[in-house]
Design a protein around this ligand. Structure first.
Ligand code: NAG
Length: 236
């Protein structure tokens, strides 16, 4: 289904009457794909997490991440770890930070519990290394005390002005459950991940393990028949 001429709306702005959530789309996709007795491969992209960060809108980005979490949840409820490999990962990070010694219970989009010891002004615990949130007023960093920092499109402050905030360079997480999930642990090059998925799905040249390693839970005639590979790609 195509529900918008361009990107879908952010989850916070979504028209709940006309546009489905990511969770809704994952549910329908699995309902359709699981009818195939040969299994399926599903790629789910939480693609607007990335857009929220590029726009410096941390609240939009993080609510998209919550929606991705819900999509992972429904996928987990609709599939079995016995026959479905689920991989959740990201293709990159962003120059997004969270800090300032916030105590437990501090609002996520709120202030750090301290003032800058250089300009004596408060700062939000969420900040960006670069992006559209850069703001200098009369030669000084904006005093965010009087600003509504909780509205959906608030631009968290950034150190360098850029119209579009950039991707980050650190390692990203990869999580897996189901058959062959043990092959994803520790630190891996990104190009290793598709090989694990192919191996788990008994695709490609190395299929010897498929004859012995997969217990069948139903009466399918071949070992390959019940293997489903579900991939959830988390785009940070
Ligand atoms: C920042 O704004 C608050 C609220 O108006 C004010 O009390 C505080 O003195 C300001 N801080 C600086 C360093 O100007």
């Amino acid at each position: 289904g195509l529900f918008e001429p361009h990107d879908l709306m952010y989850e916070l702005d979504r028209n709940r009457e006309t546009d489905p959530s990511l969770q809704d789309m994952v549910e329908v996709a699995i309902k359709i794909l699981r009818k195939n007795p040969n299994g399926f491969f599903l790629l789910v992209e939480g693609g607007r997490i990335d857009h929220g960060h590029h726009e410096g809108k941390a609240k939009q980005a993080l609510h998209e991440a919550v929606e991705m979490d819900k999509a992972i949840g429904i996928a987990g409820m609709m599939t079995s770890e016995r026959d479905t490999l689920t991989v959740v990962t990201a293709d990159h990070s962003h120059v997004f930070t969270f800090g300032g010694y916030t105590p437990r219970g501090n609002p996520l989009f709120g202030m750090a519990p301290m003032l800058s010891d250089v300009d004596n002004k408060p700062f939000t615990s969420i900040l960006y290394g670069n992006g559209p949130g850069y703001k200098v007023i009369n030669g000084e960093r904006e005093n965010v005390s009087n600003i509504d920092i909780h509205y959906n499109n608030y631009l968290a402050q950034s150190a360098v002005p850029l119209r579009q905030e950039t991707h980050g360079g650190e390692d990203v997480a990869v999580f897996a459950k189901g058959p062959m999930a043990h092959l994803l642990h520790g630190v891996h090059e990104q190009n290793y991940i598709p090989h694990v998925m192919a191996y788990a799905a008994c695709i490609g040249q190395n299929k010897e393990h498929c004859k012995t390693h997969y217990p069948l839970s139903c009466s399918a005639s071949t070992v390959l028949a019940t293997l489903s590979t579900l991939v959830l790609l988390l785009l940070f």
